[in-house]
Every structure is written in C-alpha cells, then in structure tokens.
Design a protein around this ligand. Structure first.
Ligand code: GSH
Length: 308
C-alpha cells in the first residue's frame, strides 16, 4: 500500500471542500498514522479491529499542530481510466476481486470509500465504467442490473451500495467500520434506512423554486442525528463509521449544488453538520474519491434543469 503514489487520472482526483480555500501543494510529506489516530487524535475508533490503518490527509499551510499531525499523510493510488464500449472486459471470475464503479456515482463512491478506509487498495481492484458509453459486456457478463457499484468476489457478483459497504466491512481485513455497541447499531440501522428518504427530500427542492420545508427538515434531521453520540466524536455514531460513508457522497453533491443554484448554505445554523463536513474532509481515504465540486454541480444542473 505504501508504494501507491499520487496520480490523478482524468477527472478522478481529490479536491478540497468547495467552500474552503485550497491550501498546500502536491509535494506533501507522507507517512502512515495508526487507525486510532484516524480522525484527529482525540477521537479513537474502538471497533473490533486494531489493525493499522493508513489515513491520508492533505497538509495545509495554516493549521494547529494537532490538526497538522493528523493531516499529513499518505496512501494514494493511480486511478485507472474508465472503460467504455470500446474496451475489452477484464478477465471476469479469474479470482481477482473487482469493484466496478463510476467515478461520478455517489452510490459507487460509498463502496470505494469503504475499500480505501479498510486499506484494501491492493486487494480490491477498481474497475471504473463510463456509464454514458457503457460497455455491453458489463450487463451481459458482470451485472445484469447494469448499474454501478457491483463487486466481483469469490466468483459472485453483488450489488447495492449499502449491502456492499457492509459486506466489505465484514468479509475483508482492515479496521471495522461498524460499532458493536447495540445502541449505536440500532441508530446506524435507522440512519441507513433514512438515506433514500433523505435523498428524495433534498431532491424535491431541485424541481421547484427555492428550498422547501421537506429539504430543510432533512438537513435538520442530520443535525439532530449528529448530536446523539456527540460526546464520543463528531460523526453520526460518535466514531467514524459506515454511516458517515453512506451520507458523505450525497452531502458532497448537495452542499455545492444548493449553494450555487439556490444560495442555500446547508451548514448555516447547523454547527454539527458543518463540523462533520470538516472532519470528513480530513479523511484521505475519502478525499481520494472526491470529484471536482463544480463538475458535480454541472452534472446536477444538467440532470435537474428546473428552476434555479
Ligand atoms: N440502489 C443502487 C443505486 C445504484 C445506481 O443507481 N447507480 C447508478 C449510477 S449513480 C447507475 O448505475 N445507473 C445506471 C442506470 O441506471 O442505467 C445502489 O445503492 O447501489
């Protein structure tokens, strides 16, 4: 893993938060930090594995020493180009574990983040697909649902992002990304169940003028949810978990889009959500999956050409 290098390929590179200035450069000092330093040093991850975990974050020019300590690091990989209708299929079912994604798909991004967080870059090969010019073999030979993400593992293909992040967490090595505390597990289930409703509630405003009550309530729900275990840390279950991974790709898109087209700042009056975004953006395993926010805004503008 340490041999992996920083390489951006096409649009698949990591970007800082749209609302924050870009600090630093690409010539970053690199080192690994252990799992329990994952999220700033004060928040440990008392999940079942204590295996070392490699987290990368980007060095910034103006930072406190403690933030700096957690923010310089590490493991980046060369991202392959997306396969399109002219590309040959990989050697499907040759024993290689493959994660089929699209670089711009938030569902696929959930699984990609999970794979990175568990340090599985060498064990699970990324196979990006160009959804706009999809290879026919993907539906015929890989995943008949013809969607991403899908995971090829042990001669089987599995789909559905929430199932996949749980599957990867429980069937592969690396730090556990799910708590054992029953109260946290129960809350995790509630938050997983809410993901689709959350998305629908936010998108309901994309088709009309302004930001409706349903959308506001959805972000308020997250703000309240972030209070529940806030004594343990800034994430949904206190410690970083699969729940954060389930929401991050969507917040990554909704935040810049709502700001750009509706002048609506989802963090205004929601300090816990603002802090969560800040903390998420420090996690290199996530950073490496992020796209240019303005490209994401443009994608949404095309997809929702309604009233801005
Ligand atoms: N419920 C699925 C949704 C996956 C999904 O809709 N993926 C989109 C890309 S973001 C897709 O593959 N769309 C292709 C299509 O529907 O033809 C999951 O959570 O994995």
């Amino acid at each position: 893993m340490d041999a992996l290098k920083v390489v951006s390929y096409g649009s698949a590179t990591s970007y800082p938060d749209i609302s924050r200035p870009i600090f630093g450069d690409k010539n970053l000092a690199k080192h690994s930090i252990p799992c329990n330093s994952l999220i700033k040093n004060k928040f440990s991850i008392p999940f079942r594995s204590s295996r070392p975990f490699h987290l990368n974050t980007r060095r910034r020019n103006s930072m406190s020493a403690s933030t700096m300590a957690a923010s310089i690091t590490s493991v980046e990989e060369a991202l392959p180009p997306a396969l399109d209708s002219s590309s040959d299929p990989p050697a499907i079912f040759d024993g290689t574990t493959r994660l089929y994604i699209s670089y711009t798909c938030p569902y696929a991004q959930r699984v990609w983040i999970t794979r990175n967080c568990k340090g599985l870059q060498d064990k699970i090969k990324l196979v990006p697909i160009d959804l706009q010019n999809r290879p026919a073999w993907y539906k015929e030979k890989v995943y008949s649902a013809n969607k991403v993400p899908s995971l090829e593992h042990n001669n089987e293909i599995r789909g559905e992002s929430l199932d996949l992040i749980k599957y990867i967490d429980s069937h592969f090595e690396g730090p556990s990304l799910f708590p054992s505390d029953p109260a946290k597990k129960e809350f995790a289930d509630e938050l997983f169940s809410y993901t689709d409703s959350f998305g629908r509630a936010v998108i309901s405003s994309f088709k009309e003028e302004g930001v409706n009550e349903e959308t506001v309530a959805a972000f308020d729900y997250l703000e309240t949810a972030l209070s529940k275990f806030s004594d343990d840390g800034p994430f949904f279950l206190g410690q970083f978990s699969l729940v954060d991974i389930a929401y991050a790709p969507f917040i990554e898109r909704f935040k810049p889009f709502l700001l750009d087209v509706k002048n609506y700042d989802i963090t205004s009056g929601r300090p816990k959500l603002a802090a969560w975004i800040e903390e998420m953006n420090q996690i290199e395993a996530y950073q490496q999956t992020r796209q240019d926010p303005m490209e994401l805004v443009e994608i949404y503008k095309k997809r929702f050409p309604a009233k801005f």
